[in-house]
Design a protein around this ligand. Sequence first.
Ligand SMILES: Cc1cc2nc3c(=O)[nH]c(=O)nc-3n(C[C@H](O)[C@H](O)[C@H](O)COP(=O)(O)OP(=O)(O)OC[C@H]3O[C@@H](n4cnc5c(N)ncnc54)[C@H](O)[C@@H]3O)c2cc1C
Length: 308
Amino acid sequence: MAAAGKSAADPAAGADATPFDDLGVAVSRREPLSHHTWLGLGGEASFFCEPVDVEALRRVVSRCRERGIPLRVIGGGSNVLVPKAGFAGMVVRLSAPAFCGIEVRKPGLVAGAGAKLVHVVSAAVQAGLSGLETLVDVPGTVGGALVGNAGGHAGDIGERVREVTVMLVDGSVENRDQSRLAFEARWSNLDDCIVISCRFDLDEESPALLTKRMQKQWIVGRAEQPGGTRAVAMMFKDPLGTTAESLIVQAGARDTRVGGASVHAPHANYVVADATCTSDDVRALVERVRTRVRDALGVELTPQIEVW
Ligand SMILES: Cc1cc2nc3c(=O)[nH]c(=O)nc-3n(C[C@H](O)[C@H](O)[C@H](O)COP(=O)(O)OP(=O)(O)OC[C@H]3O[C@@H](n4cnc5c(N)ncnc54)[C@H](O)[C@@H]3O)c2cc1C
């Protein structure tokens, strides 16, 4: 979500005081976003905060709107590419306990947007609730997963959503039930708000069977992802009926490298960043692979990773 406003210049430039000083919220300036992304890349956010509760979040969101300061939320940072120039605005991370709760309410579960997806899946499995276990290998938070309708061959998170609580750009909070929610392949209509929490509808099943299914998915998922390094990102969405990985291989693009960014050859839909890599390298690599697939196979791949 981006608050109204068009400030392209750094709103923190040259000022000692910040526009948030009277809000009772700890706001840091010039926060390196490389500390918050899986690729470990990107410049600074002018302002950064981790509000302690919904009321503190509301104050920050309202202030951003009043002052025309752009605002973004970062979850686990596993699907964002931050440019070297950083982000001229406020970045909010919902990492405080108030946003990371997981509460079993059979036959469902309520999870905060900042909760790690893997923790939510484990809690559901332990409680004998099925429906989320196929997401065990997806990195990131509930909020990020809902916004991008994360998932895979075995299903997407949106299929299990009953209600989402969100904050709008004016700081108001509302509940959206299924009639107001839309989930499609790696897309949802939650792009106009901040996700605060979600209620999932799940099925009761034997925890022992579920644990086995989750472990199997974990092993399969791990085999499909590059291991051993966090400096990776998924490049493209899978087109209908095929995978981005198979198209990249067919197009002969698995050896593509730009500067410090390269295609991870054994898992060709991932980019790996080495120590010299920049955000521009990753961006250029994604574009080059896309062009190679288009030229060789006539298929237009859609990037998965979101450029800020
Ligand atoms: C190794 C690896 C494997 C992956 N495997 C899969 C996979 O199998 N399936 C799949 O779908 N994806 C996969 N991904 C992509 C990524 O993990 C998912 O898109 C994930 O759901 C992103 O969650 P996040 O919390 O990291 O979001 P971020 O990357 O932090 O953010 C993604 C977007 O969501 C927004 N956002 C985050 N939280 C909120 C919130 N509370 N309110 C409003 N907006 C918010 C951000 O502003 C941004 O626009 C993979 C990525 C990696 C690196």
